[in-house]
Design a binder for this molecule. Structure first.
Ligand code: TMP
Length: 204
């Protein structure tokens, strides 16, 4: 049994990640790939309950606490969903993963970068996505897009400066992992982005 491929999608709120995820799912399914689509935080009953707490709460909290909750949900997600699917030969398309903890809790909220790396090693061992698509957009454009679609959640209400730091952290991750993380200019028209995505997925 060939192991499945693990693909994660990342990007700031409003980068069009959900639209591209739906399109990618359809493309991969059309190619006959056995596929599951999941998300973080979430993907299991515990993870979805933590997601609710994390996204709906109005409390300000310590970024380390947030990261620990993200990694608790992730541990469960890996054990219950991601690893079994990959071992069964399925492809896993995951809306956000550990790069988001680097971007939001370390970059955005100032948690120590190396602490995130320690948690990553502990929770994931050697497991990394085979491919990460990072949809990059200027935070100002991203926030304006988000506001047109729905009311902002707690994370989205944070300041512009926060999003600038989130973006810088994603770009740092991409420069540290250039083979895994593909930076996609999400300000381009959707059909152009789809051409880029098509080329990328043909290579994995
Ligand atoms: P979503 O809007 O893409 O579903 O993501 C939910 C929010 O959770 C988003 O604002 C980013 C945030 N988040 C973190 O802060 N750290 C993480 O590790 C993950 C996975 C998400």
């Amino acid at each position: 049994m060939t192991r499945g491929r693990f693909i994660t999608l990342e990007g700031m709120d409003g980068a069009g990640k959900t639209t591209h995820l739906d399109w990618l799912r359809a493309r991969l399914e059309a190619r006959g790939m056995p596929l599951i689509v999941t998300r973080e935080p979430g993907g299991t009953p515990l993870g979805e309950a933590l997601r609710q707490l994390l996204l709906d709460s109005h409390d300000t909290r310590n970024p380390e606490t947030e990261a620990l909750l993200m990694f608790a949900a992730r541990r469960e997600h890996l054990a219950q969903v991601i690893t079994p699917a990959l071992e069964a030969g399925q492809w896993v398309l995951c809306d956000r993963f550990t790069d988001a903890t680097y971007a939001y809790q370390a970059g955005g909220s100032g948690m120590d970068w190396h602490r995130v790396a320690e948690l990553e090693r502990w929770v994931q061992g050697p497991l990394q996505p085979d491919l990460t698509l990072y949809f990059d957009v200027d935070p100002e454009i991203g926030q304006a897009r988000t506001r047109q679609v729905r009311a902002p959640d707690r994370f989205e209400r944070e300041q512009q400066a926060f999003y600038e730091r989130v973006r810088a952290a994603y770009l740092r991750r991409a420069s540290e992992h250039p083979h895994r993380i593909k930076v996609i200019d999400a300000a381009r028209p959707i059909p152009e982005i789809q051409i880029t995505l098509e080329k990328i997925i043909l290579t994995i």
